[in-house]
Design a protein around this ligand. Sequence first.
Ligand code: SER
Length: 879
Amino acid sequence: MKYMTTAEIREAYLSFFEKKGCKRMPSSSLIPDDPSLLLTSAGMVQFKPYFLQQKHLDDAYIGATTSQKCVRTNDIDIIGTTGRHLSFFEMLGNFAFGKYFKNEMCAWALEFCLDVLELPKEKLYFTVFEDDDETFAKWLELGVEESHISRLGEDDNFWRAGPTGPCGPCSEIYFDKGEECGCGSPDCKPGCDCDRYVEFWNCVFTQFDAQEDGSMPELPFKNIDTGMGLERIAAIMQGVSSNYDTDILRSLVGVGERLSGYEYGKDDKVDLALRIMADHSRAVTFMIADGILPSNEGRGYVLRRLLRRAIMKGNLIGIQGEFVNEFVDEIERLMGDVYPEIVENRELIRRLISSEEQRFGATLHQGKAFLTDELANLKGNVLSGKVAFKLHDTYGFPLEVTTDICGEKGIEVDIDEFNTEMEAQRERARHAGESDAEAAWSTYGGVFSKLLDEHGKTQFVGYSDLETIGNVVALVRKGELIDAAYEGEEVDVVLDKTSMYAEMGGQVGDVGTISSDKVSIEVNDVTAPEAGLHAHHCKILSGTIEVGDEVIVRVQARHRHLTERNHTATHILHAALRQVLGDHVKQAGSYVGPDRLRFDFTHFEKMTPEQIQKVEEIANNVIMHGISSNIFETSLDEARKAGVTALFGEKYGDVVRVVQISDFSRELCGGCHVKNTAEIGLIKIISESSVGANMRRIEAVTSAGAIEYVNKIVAELKETADLLKVPMFDVSERTAANIKAARQFDKVAKASEEVIAEDRMSQILDEAVTAKGGYPVVVVNVRRTLNASIVRNLWDIIRAKMKEPGACVLAGKTEDNKPIIMAAGTKEAVEKGFNAADVIRAAGPAIKGGGGGKPEMAQAGGKNADGIEDAIKAMKEVL
Ligand code: SER
């Protein structure tokens, strides 16, 4: 059979479908646009809006073709135990939206298999959905033997990406690896669990749109969605039985061999570790490159688990220290040309992984301590599944690590109980997923999505015009469409055209007014409930507004200008931070309002005061240079080639807007910016803080906000200077001198108190009485404000002065005038019969309270401070 590398297969597939008329498109991000999905798990994910006819390809194309990065972790525990399952894989696909269907698809699939891959026809098997006679007949017509076609049911041959959305029956193509790989059962056929028939291509005839109520209306067109597992077909083309023996993954397994000194294929335990390290490190690299950061929830948690599992496996086969980045280097070498994002984000990927490895080192240590404790207290020789689950869930210990450690000590792990706990967790996760999907559907299905369908996007003219005339397209109150709104009401106004920016990319929405001769409206905020659809959140000050009215929209200029200054300043700050700290700095979130800006970015330690000062200095230099901003539209490809900073984890359309400030900063951005940096006036960083392990936050003010901030500092300083009666710039010197003097004074005061206490203490000890057991007891009403810790300190002092055996009873009042009494005795006093708890019990009635403790020490409180003397009498009785 013909041999092909992974790269050759990928290229052959894409160019084959390109020649058929499909548009070759890039893989979409692993972070899906679709909120019902955690991670991109199939090629069709980016095409959902095309199936639903919300987006369209150029007329020149009959469909699309991609090699899509995918992550699937639903059976993470199986990964590595078989040669077939991977967490990260590439899916080759082609997609049609009404322009071709079964006939073409089946013919082309066969053509690709036979003519391009040159697979032997007798090795190919086909399945079709149970009642899909049409596809059955199609394969026959194309010359496939009837014995090579089988019908499978809903579980195997009906494909859906989630509970709702585009779906349909499918037909799968299998490769027969030969009888020797099979289970030998006479019923063995495609779909059997054994290794003989490998499914490598799934062709879905996407015809339906599953609804929440279970109904499945037809989609407007009949569509195609196919997916070919690149690693699986590579295994076939390279004549190997496992994905891990194909070129790319085998190289990664090789990294593990080099690091551990073990050879692959000799020992099951070692092989499992090598496979998991190869697979997981690849998933982790691609996830970070797409903007996923490790965290304790959502996709960040998936990332963290994969990384931890890889680290554990490495440790288990003796790899010491940080090592995952060795895999990253190899992944970049093998795949960086096809997926430039792993090259562009190389520094960030490495630093994040290294920081996680260090942090996990600490958790691992705690987990091992926890397990050692559990094992020490274990009765019998079975460790509970709950403990194993806690190790798994809290400390990131995969089950097999726990069983290994236990196994060495002859202890078993209750696997059933562990599985029950796991299942319960899966169930919780599944429910969480379902509700995400529901939430997603409610926004899709909402009134704004209908408005977008019916009227299209709002035309935004506000980059240049702060005032414009628009027509009222719709009025929405509490999610309902209304025809008119009246004085005093709050309503969302949708116009065909507006000058008002809708909150996006961190920049707040504009405020301003909408008016006509019939109505006067205050706009408090503008948001985009659907991309491109501006909803003006309004209060009607007077008059009436109706659908169809023509109105004047005016942006409040000051609000907008201040916001623009902060927005451009954010870009300048971003570039300055990269200059000072390094390329691993990526924007992770921002707030840009008229009052201030907030910028979150990836970085791993606190910035030093010098770094902050340097960043501020660079930024102010750019501002003072008075650089005109250059804002233009271009294609995403052109922008990428020119090295424009695209925001991390952000997705863009084909046409993008670039905001450029000379050579200093070039970012893709849809926001509002100053014409010249001089408008910003000044930037002042007011804080730098941590937001999680790998992220820092800077808050800053510019222009009017910066002046206000500086004035506030000056006023504060002046007030302090006046209090100190010194000139403003002597404040710190004088304050330091005052602090020194105050410390000196404290020392003297403390020394005098000690002398007094010393004196009083000898007096107290002299007054000791002798208890029944023949040891001395000091009983004192301290007559000072006491609390539990002072009382205990006093006892420490008394005990140090007393000879064994000895005891004491101390009584006094707390700050809020409540009685407090403590009794305590030395070890020998207790041996001679002293019992602090008994003594304390006697004090209870007089102080209207009570307490308790141990024979060595007990304490009581109460309500009646006047009863202290009586309490002392009662306690003396006992003693
Ligand atoms: N969406 C289908 C799958 O993932 C075919 O691309 O198998």
